[in-house]
Design a protein around this ligand. Structure first.
Ligand code: GTP
Length: 363
């Protein structure tokens, strides 16, 4: 099976402040780091060597994974400065031994059939084949136009409503021939989607492979919550270890995934679609729904969290409400009676004493 380059060095700016203290690939999805899902799927497909292109918070990823996992050999390609989605491909040239290879974004959850993608690429004989996935809202991404032979003829970045040539978008998985190096200038930052693929399309060297498998990317908070909910839905039940203490009057509505040493107080209602990481403490009369709670967070009595993400060791005091895609940074503290709604981001370690009811970033 082909060597695979996984792009894992991005800043994850749309997920700040949570990405201020961890790379996106280590964000927990149903209590397991995102990168583990990627490595498992590559290993199952028979990949033996993965090259991780790392930059932002590289150390955390190297420390977590080490040289091997899931029977995969893991090599690291470290950038001195961010090289974008194309630069790392040029940088990895010496590691690919002049052979074709696969590239994938490190912020995906997918069960794509990589082998079918490779077969299709070989059949078509272009320099590159891009996996495509169908979405309901191509307007958020870039839409792809195909000709009858499966060649990509055009990319339309963020098309206007009603003007997308198709519902197919670039899924962030590619098969590339060694000729690709001629299209990527050495040593600089290159965005493959906008600087390389349109040129290959013009030269009729770019094919698109439509795949109908499970696919989600984690770009924005809502994607992260949806990805978490999708994985929980696949697990179907409430997953909880023995070390957890749940008051008998608390109600758990699955699917949920709980880590170790969690406490849940009387009359609290948890779920559906909730991940609680290790050491989370929840007081009495709390409500938590469709949310991700990182390790060590404390939610005191009568507080509620809906469609939101709480960072590591964050604290919600009593009668706090956090909702609507809001992100609470690690170690932030939200005071008694505060309401936070509508896309609010609170920086790590910040104390908040007054309610915030419109989209803001609190530094
Ligand atoms: P945003 O900043 O929120 O857009 O997120 P991002 O940093 O993940 O950027 P984007 O979604 O465009 O990245 C797609 C994939 O490419 C992700 O897996 C990133 O980790 C990866 N990526 C983006 N920029 C770089 C880079 O400079 N170097 C490496 N090695 N990977 C990158």
């Amino acid at each position: 099976m082909l060597k695979t380059l996984v792009l894992a060095g991005g800043f994850g700016t749309r997920l700040r402040p949570l990405s201020c203290s961890r790379p996106k690939t280590l964000f927990p999805v149903a209590n397991k780091p995102l990168i583990d899902y990627t490595l498992e799927s590559l290993s199952e497909a028979g990949v033996e060597t993965v090259i991780l292109a790392v930059y932002y918070m590289a150390e955390a990823l190297v420390r977590y994974l080490g040289p091997t996992k899931n029977n995969l050999g893991i090599l690291y390609l470290r950038e001195q400065r961010p090289m974008g989605t194309g630069g790392p491909i040029r940088l990895a040239k010496d590691m690919m031994n002049g052979e074709k290879f696969m590239v994938m974004n490190g912020d995906l959850l997918t069960d794509f059939d990589y082998k079918r993608l490779i077969n299709y690429h070989e059949e078509k004989g272009g320099i590159a084949t891009v996996a495509l996935t169908q979405v309901e809202d191509p307007y958020r991404y870039g839409s792809v136009e195909l000709d009858w032979e499966g060649r990509i003829t055009r990319f339309v970045e963020k098309p206007e409503l009603g003007k997308a040539p198709s519902n197919l978008i670039n899924a962030g998985i590619y098969i590339l021939e060694p000729e690709i190096y001629d299209y990527i200038p050495e040593g600089g930052k290159v965005r493959i989607e906008t600087e390389v693929f349109p040129k290959l399309a013009e030269e009729q060297q770019l094919y698109g492979f439509e795949s109908h498998g499970f696919w989600m990317d984690i770009g924005e908070p809502v994607d992260y919550l949806n990805a978490n909910a999708a994985v929980l839905a696949r697990q179907r039940k409430v997953i909880k270890p023995d070390s957890i203490e749940i008051d008998p009057t608390a109600i758990i509505n699955g699917p949920c995934n709980f880590g170790e040493n969690i406490k849940i107080g009387a009359d609290s209602r948890i779920g559906p679609n909730v991940s609680l990481a290790d050491d989370v403490q929840i007081g009495k009369g709390c409500r938590i729904e469709n949310s991700i709670i990182f390790a060590g967070a404390v939610i005191e009595d009568y507080s509620s969290v809906k469609n939101a993400i709480l960072g590591e060791n964050s604290v919600l005091e009593r009668w706090v409400k956090v909702e609507s895609g809001s992100l609470i940074g690690d170690f932030a503290q939200i005071g008694d009676g505060v309401t936070i709604t509508e896309g609010v981001s609170i920086c790590p370690s910040k104390s908040i004493e007054e309610s915030i009811l419109k989209p803001t970033q609190v530094m």
